[in-house]
Ligand binder design. Sequence first.
Ligand SMILES: [Zn+2]
Length: 635
Amino acid sequence: MKRLFFTRTNLFLLISIVILQGCASLNLASKKSNIIETYIDLNAVDNDQLVVSLNPGSFPKGEVTFYMPSVIPGTYEYTDFGRFVSNFKAFDKNNQLIDVVKEGKNTWKIAEGKKLDRVSYVIDDTFDSPEGKKIYPMGGTKIEKDEVFLLNLHGFVGYFKGGKEWSYRVTIDSPADLVPFSSLESVSHTATQDVFLAGRYFNIIDDPILYTNDDSISFSLEDIEVNLAVYSPTGAHKAADFKETIETMMQAQKRFLGDANATKSYDILLLLMSMEELQQFGGVQGALEHHTSTTVVFYEGIDTESLKEYLVDVVSHEFFHTLTPLNVHSEQIHYFNYNEGIMSQHLWMYEGTTEYFANLFQVQQELIDENDFYGRMSDKISSAKRYDDTMPFTVMSTNIVEEPYQSNYQNVYYKGALINMCLDIIIREQSGGARGFLDVMQALAKKYGVDTPFTDDKLFDEIIAMTYPEVGDFIKTYIQGETPIPYTEFLEKAGVTISETDQELPSIIMVAPQQPFIAPQPNEAGTRDLVVTGLNNRLSEIGFQEGDLLRVFNGEEIPALTQENMGALNNLFGTSFGWTADQEVTFEVERAGTPVTLSGTVGVAITPAKGISAMENATPAQMALRNVWLHGKEE
Ligand SMILES: [Zn+2]
């Protein structure tokens, strides 16, 4: 998964958060060959809800338990899809209701399993239900009659106890002008009905379906057929806009990966969402990985050029997940427990290696230059500072579904990637440039692959045996240990140094990349004021002081800080992201009870940051290591 925050909406989020305050065993052998007949009619939408029916064939005896999944691979949090189920019914062969008892959030029990013929229930979607805002949009569900259906099937289809390995025949009736895009095996297709086959419950989760108007492109990546399908609510973006960018990027990925990817096809399902939906998810957008596809959800209002950058960032990350966890994963992932968060200790690899390679391949394949790469790693060092640097990554990983670990999750994209950068440099150094961490991952993918998991607590020993004692020291001290990584020490091996620099902020109203200069605070009148809580160089020069109450923002009065006004406030502050340096701006603040007018030009707002750059006096050995690390060759 790759989770991003859309900065303008993150501002909204920062402000709005403060304002709103069984036991009976089944005879499974006799059910082995059964197929669960699954039916969904996309024409029968009522209030953004759909009816799902499942006919599992006959159960010989005892109690039958039905689950909706609680945890989905790749998301590392409880999602509890049971909360979107209502009106759960069980029927016998004469179409008469039989008793069902709901237990907990995701479990239904039918005592007289022998009588059971089928179950049906109503599913609400995550894109506009109050509970849905807690689910990442890329793992969520969208039901919009005659327009679009995002069928992350784990949000629709559950499984029977003991039946995770049973097949599903999924029959979907649809409006004639909507077309399905999916990596799920198609049995038959007509304009109004599709039949898919999921080999086991795993495929229900691994092969999402997007029903939309037919806007797609495809291209071949040697022997991989890549498809991109796009849903854009206002038609602002077309699949063809992204073809060249995605094709160039994925060709470079394929060259970087070598033969470590044996996928036959790869589907990119891109759903663009409205501002209202983006706000529903608190500014979160991103993508979720699958073996042969990825679901990507972004805000539609992003301009095409920026959207291309986001896509390169996110789709390259997802495609590298075909290496890990998809081809290198532990038993916890392989025998995934969809109803208990039993986690592996190797998020440093599943997300960290993936994110690191998604940056490294771009410099190695010359999609970006060395300075761009250093800039990205500097940003990761800065961003990692917002999280607990003494929390061992392995401990965080094993406990990721619980606090305080869950709120450090985002660090897998920052420190997780940096861990891999250091390992890569160590292996390059020790091997005299001959090997990097990609070689280790390729060897692991070859040994294990899709069907064979490794043992969770044996992986480190295996990696150390394949490499050098220095790798073992690093793992023990910085991945399993509480010691923060001294990045300079590792970067210097490759003739790269860290110094203090100035980082340009995305807007004059930001004091750090993710932090606006104002925050709402309660006042004596029982309402809230927007108080200046931080300054940057330009805000100081214009005359702002900490503690000022913001009243007028560039000529527009600040509306009351209510939930209804959040959209207006967001738009008002959002305009600052488009201001030019020479633009004149005027504000009004209240300072010690007196109104004060402040004005000046926008200029360039900066914040001190750590900058990575090449050492000017690097030795030939350092330069050789740098070249082989970033370009795969010594010259
Ligand atoms: Zn990921």
